[in-house]
Design a protein around this ligand. Structure first.
Ligand SMILES: Nc1nc2c(c(=O)[nH]1)N[C@H]1C(S)=C(S)[C@@H](COP(=O)(O)OP(=O)(O)OC[C@H]3O[C@@H](n4cnc5c(=O)[nH]c(N)nc54)[C@H](O)[C@@H]3O)O[C@H]1N2
Ligand SMILES: Nc1nc2c(c(=O)[nH]1)N[C@H]1C(S)=C(S)[C@@H](COP(=O)(O)OP(=O)(O)OC[C@H]3O[C@@H](n4cnc5c(=O)[nH]c(N)nc54)[C@H](O)[C@@H]3O)O[C@H]1N2
Ligand code: SF4
Ligand SMILES: [Mo]
Length: 781
């Protein structure tokens, strides 16, 4: 199995330095590559001497990030060099992992997976796709191949512990699950941020490198930033105002804002949006039951504050409301996510500069395909889980059911699992139950770079090659960018001849699951994939390639293969593309002629191409059956009864546990890099001094925290920066489990907060887990 030469020669050095050359004599060179670690997608400038990384810094010429970098960006070097990062496949024999060749690993998978499919059907194999997939061109494009190859309906991902509520809300309102508006932060005069801490996370469902700098620029222009969060985060500290809301009550709070806007005659969608809105009267009457004075105790925010904030939002020249993980992974995740955009509409800020706008990504996307202005709309619930009956969402099932689907015997039981770039044992609720369930599987494969809390349960681990050996394009995240840009990075280094990229691994697994055998030809499958994409495009009457000759387009793409070929196709058939010779330029939003986008053009522009600020896209972007914005989708209105019933609910003597992120963490998996974990212990329980006093806890004490499903002991950190009644700890820790091979991380393991998260506490609409606002009891340990 060889890597072939699919990535072309541009921008990379294939030189190998002879051993006689002293390294100091070797000249350095630089490579430019987009950082794959978070949604900000910063440009990096990597200095190399031979194959050694000398330095990583922000690329000052990057058209989007302009040199910004955070402490994680430079750890591309440490990750590449980490001795614990897997280089060769592992197979478990008699309970011990042994290194094997790729051929042996795939043969083992064929020997064990195929009989399970034959005996129990395809749904006996579940898949779980984790977060790093979203930052990986190769995995992004071929996760689908993997899923189709296995052919299971039992698909899971980190999405249902993350952003799915926002996608469901956007789907019902605008027509597709990626029609998600982002705050036009660079032109806004007022920004309200709920449940997000971009000073730590660098932003999410809002691709904006140097998010903090952009917020500071907004304030420097005379604008205002308000942060709604139970914790006084760094973002809140830097903002003009901190609103210390009770966890899980953002939907009440936003309803009260909507109520105020109507009540005080401030509601106006504006001339541009007004003709495209359905449900204006309905939203007014829905909000009528949520007067600020009715919900103030529930939210812990005074009615006068709520009313003032509503007036400020309506009165600002432009304003954008933005919410993220704290309002998604909570009891009313979908409602809160929906109401964010309801407020954006009702204040006249949707789809206008400075408000909440939609990107127009160069590589297309669901909201850019098909006939403009109208569509099939969004649907979910095409199937329900066997044990609990939870609804399908975005082609998958909520991950909170994974353990029970493995444990519960009978037809349809999950007997095998394939994980790709995921660590559900640390990332999803009731970790201990899930870990025990994984031990009961007949077979498990993990595509992963570490032997960690999840992959230790696997029978085979398949490690894709280092980031530096693979190319990059942010296919997913540029759909949520605050500016339209396109940026491609070729591989920085030549990988070893026996390394495999994600797409090759995923394709091979798909072929094995299809009964083609461990030696089937990945190239044939890849040819098939591009051919079907091209055929679909030439048959799409509303697309730019309608009626064209498929063979002619395929031959224009023939010099590339794998992810590059698909990417080139997507760019060239996208909104700025050359449409395969149909045009050489496109006219940008400012009326300037720009060269049409192809992968070759991006290769020639390693710092990226700027396609300009966001432009209004309504009504063209809409894909609802009505061709209008649905302000009150029935599926969401139905959940408002639950919202109303929860007004006045108390804590029942519990504390509410919320999460937090740290700039030097990345979910569960970067704790093996010493540069990121050294220093003060960060996996601590934040608690307000009043609560600490009442419970008899001092800083440095260990607290025992108990929820319905689990119990942990965690060191206490007393801080005023949290609302009384709320406690907080980060997720993704707890690396001291048997079988984990993470030298650095296991030495500073921390504690896994998801031992406490309850798989039965859900955002009911989307099935997304509640990992913020978990009722817990805290006592000294
Ligand atoms: N309590 C609580 N729980 C949470 C959250 C929270 O805020 N609080 N946040 C949730 C969110 S937003 C998310 S996104 C999820 C994340 O949930 P997951 O995606 O399940 O977990 P990660 O920690 O991102 O683990 C990534 C895995 O991918 C591996 N990996 C890293 N790079 C690569 C690569 O290039 N290729 C491959 N194949 N593998 C790679 C790592 O070794 C690790 O095993 O966690 C969720 N869980
Ligand atoms: N450094 C770093 N960066 C990351 C990650 C990381 O782990 N580390 N993970 C990446 C991923 S996968 C994601 S999804 C993003 C997430 O990006 P963000 O959404 O910005 O994530 P957090 O920093 O966890 O901020 C969530 C905030 O919600 C607050 N919160 C909790 N419950 C509630 C509530 O009920 N209401 C309100 N209003 N607020 C609440 C928490 O106190 C917290 O401050 O970050 C990404 N970037
Ligand atoms: S902010 Fe995100 S993309 Fe930028 S350097 Fe840090 S981890 Fe990388
Ligand atoms: Mo996430």
């Amino acid at each position: 199995m060889t890597r072939g030469s699919w990535h072309g020669d541009l921008g990379r050095s294939g030189r190998r330095w002879g051993t006689l050359v002293r390294m100091t004599d070797v000249p350095t060179r630089t490579a430019i590559r987009t950082c794959p670690f978070c949604e900000a997608s910063c440009g990096l400038e990597i200095t190399l001497r031979g194959d050694d990384i000398v330095r990583v810094r922000g690329d000052r010429d990057d058209v989007f990030s302009h040199g910004f970098i955070c402490p994680k960006g430079s750890t591309l070097k440490q990750l590449h060099e980490d001795p614990d990062r897997l280089r060769r496949p592992l197979v478990k024999r008699d309970g011990e992992f042994v290194e094997v060749s790729w051929e042996e690993a795939f043969a083992e998978i064929e020997r064990r997976l195929v009989p399970i499919i034959e005996a129990h059907g395809r749904d006996a194999v579940a898949t779980y796709i984790g977060n790093p997939t979203a930052h990986n061109l190769s995995a992004m494009l071929y996760a689908r191949t993997l899923a189709q190859g296995i052919g299971t309906r039992m698909r899971f991902s980190a999405g249902t512990v993350d952003q799915v509520p926002k996608q469901v809300a956007a789907g019902y309102m605008f027509g597709t699950a990626v029609t998600v508006p982002v705050p036009d932060i660079d032109r806004s005069d007022y920004m309200m941020i709920l449940g997000a801490n971009p000073y730590a996370s660098n932003g999410s469902l809002c691709t904006a490198p140097d998010f903090p700098g952009r917020l500071e620029a907004l304030r420097a222009r005379g604008g205002k930033v308000v942060v709604v969060d139970p914790r006084r985060t760094k973002t809140a500290e830097e903002a003009d105002e901190w609103v210390a809301i009770v966890p899980g009550t953002d939907a009440h709070f936003l309803m009260a804002i909507v109520h105020t806007l109507f009540d005080e005659g401030l509601a106006d969608a504006g001339d541009h949006i007004r003709p495209w809105v359905n449900g204006w009267a309905d939203i007014e009457s829905l909000a009528a039951g949520f007067a600020p004075e009715r919900v103030e105790d529930t939210c812990g925010v005074e009615a006068t504050t709520i009313r003032r904030l509503a007036r400020e939002l309506a009165g600002a020249p432009t304003a954008a409301v933005y919410g993220r993980i704290g309002i998604c992974t909570q009891d009313f995740g979908t409602l809160a996510s929906w109401l964010v955009d309801v407020v954006n509409v009702v204040t006249g800020n949707l789809d206008r500069p400075g408000g909440a706008m939609f990107a127009l990504p160069a590589a297309g996307g669901a909201a850019t395909r098909g006939a403009p202005g109208k569509g099939k709309g969004f649907r979910m619930g095409r199937g329900h889980t066997r044990v609990r009956g939870l609804a399908e969402v975005l082609g998958e099932y909520p991950v909170v059911v994974l353990a029970e689907e493995i444990e519960t015997e009978g037809p349809g039981q999950v007997r095998a699992l394939v994980t790709a770039a995921g660590n559900p044992v640390l990332s999803t609720p009731n970790s201990e139950r899930l870990a025990a369930a994984l031990e009961r599987l007949d077979f498990m494969v993990s595509i992963d770079i570490y032997r960690n809390e999840t992959t230790r349960h696997a029978d085979v681990i398949l490690p894709p090659s280092s980031n530096l050996y693979r190319s990059h394009y942010d296919l997913l995240l540029l759909q949520f960018a605050v500016r339209n840009v396109a940026n491609y990075s070729p591989p920085v280094l030549d990988g070893p001849a026996d390394g495999l990229d994600e797409w090759e691994i995923m394709s091979r697994l798909a072929l094995i699951a299809q009964g083609q055998g461990a030696l089937a030809d990945v190239d044939l499958a890849d040819d098939f994939a591009i051919t079907s994409l091209v055929q679909h495009a030439v048959g799409d009457a509303s697309g730019p390639l309608s009626g064209r000759n498929a063979d002619e387009i395929l031959s224009a793409l023939a010099a590339r293969r794998g992810p590059e070929r698909i990417l080139d196709f997507m760019l060239r058939s996208g909104p700025y593309g050359d449409w395969f010779g149909a045009r050489e330029t496109f006219t940008d939003a400012e009326g300037v002629e720009q060269p049409a986008v192809t992968l070759a053009l991006l290769e020639a522009n390693p710092h990226g191409i700027d396609l300009g600020p966001l432009q209004p896209r309504i009504p063209e972007i809409l894909r609802t059956p009505s061709g209008r914005i649905e302000l009150t989708p029935p599926e969401l209105v139905a959940d408002c009864e639950r919202l109303r019933a929860s007004i006045g609910r108390g804590r029942n003597g519990h504390h509410l546990l919320v999460g937090r992120r740290d700039l030097r963490s990345n979910n569960s998996w970067m704790h093996n890099l010493n540069v990121l974990v050294k220093g003060k212990e960060r996996c601590t329980l934040h608690i307000h001094p009043d609560d600490a006093r009442a419970l008899g806890l001092s800083s440095g004490d260990v607290a025992r925290v108990t929820s319905r499903v689990g119990k942990i002991d965690v060191p206490v950190e007393i801080t005023e920066a949290i609302r009384p009644g709320v406690v907080s700890m980060p997720h993704g820790w707890g690396h001291d489990l048997d079988g984990v091979a993470l030298g650095v991380a296991s030495a500073r393991p921390g504690v896994n907060s998801n031992v406490l998260a309850d798989e039965e506490q859900l955002d009911v609409v989307s099935g997304t887990a509640v990992v913020n606002g978990i009722p817990v009891t805290v006592v000294p340990a």
